[in-house]
Design a protein around this ligand. Structure first.
Ligand code: SF4
Length: 563
């Protein structure tokens, strides 16, 4: 029921302005242009395409490493370089380092699938902004930033569109003078490309059982910074990846340093969100990683200028949900299109968008948007190079659940066996990350001391709030909290006792604090929602699964410029 809200009827609705949906919209617009040029049935030429995005501008919520495999963008826009796609540099030198506490050991050999030379170093934010311009130039797609998809509209099991978020609601949920209700955008096809752990996609997973017979999705948290360095000190196109310290053998992940244009280092640490130690603090690990002599030497004389974080869907081929239901497709990171061996997903996101566009074009011609017709998307994926690449790494992440060395051995055996790995027929199973985190007493012993935060020097290492400042994050302060904790009593009782409130560590933005409002009152959870950089880690890693991330008022969140 629309309850008196404005209703907009469209043909195709794209939810999320990231690389997958922008590729989908561009390709669909191109197919419709060709249809017109070929003298096809005229009704199709009127197809109404709308893209909504929660950020203030397209690209503000886009963040990635990124070393981009050009395969996706080259298929989408063959002359992307001539048209000005903002590539920082082509990778000219690529090294893998194993870090011990003080030393680095350079790998002598990089297996071909992990080779980065010739790929593009880029800022995803810049590429997405550029792609947003391409989409608008098609003249076929209406792009609405500041419109979060707040609720899926579902009728008789069929997705019929999305309700966008209300504006102008105060902390208590009352309308303010500037109140504007969200609108119901009703669509023949809704394409969810919300990024990792999209809030609507999460609902769809649950209501339509999309993970049935699949491994659960597992994630990693990537935290990154940009550093402006003295002139002439950063070779653009230089790429370093690290394994080992400070993650040790039991936490999946590694570091990266990429040379960008204008003497900027783009660096970060990826930490698997399937760790066992409840005291794991990804932000602190990242800050410590920068103090390694090999990384510190690169940063001497520079200044941190931007900060951001996001979750990465790491599970691979077997963790992809069923990507279609009646009236809806799921693509990009939302659909788990990421190669966990290469830690790359941009090319897969774009290709998944293109295949979704071809599926939708066919559905428009048939005027049939049922799951039966939209299931063609999965067939196209299976027949494409997406399947070839992702099947090759289908058991990679599972291997790391046995530790770093077993994971590396399993990945190497996977390379030799076409992805199968060691001692398995085809699929290795995996449990969700939040089920692996152990209680403090189990991991650290019954007399474990409370977790102690490390100190930051403000020059090489920074606290979370300094990072939030550099992320440009802003939200309207007087609005309902968008981190919905089902039962806040659990935080001060069960969670404090069992896990020591891990949300205060895994959130990279100082959103969660346990504070004592007045003496003797006991500690309670305080949620600084306006710091949230929309990484989704809390929704993923909370051991009780009682944190639900929902979209805040449109336009809020980080303002990533070059990340
Ligand atoms: Fe990420 Fe959750 Fe913290 Fe927001 S509140 S920054 S989504 S962990």
């Amino acid at each position: 029921m629309s309850e008196g809200r404005e209703v907009l009827e469209v043909d195709v609705l794209f939810v999320g302005g990231g690389p997958a949906n922008l590729a989908c919209a561009t390709h669909l617009a191109g197919l419709l242009d060709r249809h017109r040029a070929d003298g096809g049935e005229p009704g199709l030429d009127e197809t109404f395409l709308v893209l909504i995005e929660k950020a203030k501008e397209i690209g503000f919520h886009s963040i990635s490493g990124a070393v981009m495999d050009p395969r996706g963008i080259a298929e989408l826009i063959p002359d992307y370089q001539e048209l000005g796609c903002p590539i920082e540099a082509d990778v000219d030198e690529d090294e893998l380092w194993f870090l011990t506490g003080k030393k680095k050991i350079k790998a002598l050999y990089t297996p071909a699938p992990l080779e980065n030379r010739g790929l593009h170093v880029c800022s995803l934010g810049k590429v997405v902004r550029w792609l947003g311009g391409i989409v608008e130039e098609t003249g076929r797609v209406e792009v609405f930033p500041e419109f979060p998809g707040a609720e899926l509209l579902v009728e008789d099991g069929k997705v019929v569109g999305v309700r966008t978020g209300d504006k102008g609601v105060d902390k208590e949920g009352n309308p303010k003078p500037n109140f504007e209700p969200g609108i119901d955008i009703r669509a023949k096809v809704t394409v969810l490309g919300e990024g990792a752990r999209g809030s609507l996609t999460k609902t769809l997973y649950a209501t339509h059982d999309l993970e049935q017979d699949q491994n659960p999705q597992v994630y990693a948290l990537g935290i990154k910074e940009l550093w402006k360095m003295p002139e002439g000190t950063v070779p653009a196109g230089r790429v370093y990846h690290t394994l080992g310290w400070p993650l040790g053998r039991k936490i999946f992940g590694g570091g990266f340093v990429y040379g960008m244009k204008d003497d900027i280092w783009d660096l970060g640490l990826v930490v698997g969100l399937d760790y066992r130690d409840p005291y794991t603090d990804p932000h602190a690990l990242f800050q410590r990683w920068k103090t390694h002599p090999a990384i510190k030497a690169l940063l001497t004389g520079g200044k941190m200028i931007q900060y951001g974080a996001k979750a990465i869907p790491e599970g691979g081929w077997f963790s992809r949900p069923r990507p279609f239901v009646d009236g809806c497709l799921v693509i990009g990171d939302s659909g788990g299109f990421l190669d966990p061996m290469r830690l790359k997903g941009l090319h897969l996101a774009m290709k998944s968008g293109m295949l979704a566009a071809e599926t939708i074009y066919d559905a428009l011609q048939r005027n049939d948007f049922s799951a039966g017709v939209l299931s063609q998307f999965e067939t196209l994926v299976e027949e494409s190079w997406i399947a070839k690449e992702m099947r090759r790494s289908r058991n990679v992440h599972q291997g790391f659940h046995g530790g770093l060395y077993r994971g590396l051995l399993n990945a190497w055996l996977g390379l030799l066996t076409g992805g199968r790995g060691f001692g398995v027929k085809d699929r290795m199973k995996m449990e969700p990350g939040h089920e692996r985190i152990e209680k403090v007493a189990a991991f650290h012993g019954p007399s474990a001391k409370p977790y102690e935060r490390i100190r930051f020097d403000g020059e090489l290492t920074f606290d979370r709030l300094s990072g939030v400042y550099e992320s440009g994050t802003m939200h309207e302060e007087d609005q309902p909290v968008h981190l919905k904790v089902e039962n806040i009593d659990v935080c001060r009782t069960k969670c404090a006792e069992e896990y020591g409130n891990p949300c205060t560590r895994f959130c990279p933005a100082e959103v969660y604090e346990m504070e004592e409002p007045e003496e003797g009152a006991g500690k309670q959870l305080k949620i600084n929602a306006s710091n949230c950089v929309h990484c989704k880690t809390c929704d993923i890693m909370d051991p009780y699964q009682i944190i639900n991330w929902v979209t805040p008022e449109g336009g809020g969140g980080p303002r990533y410029v070059d990340l």
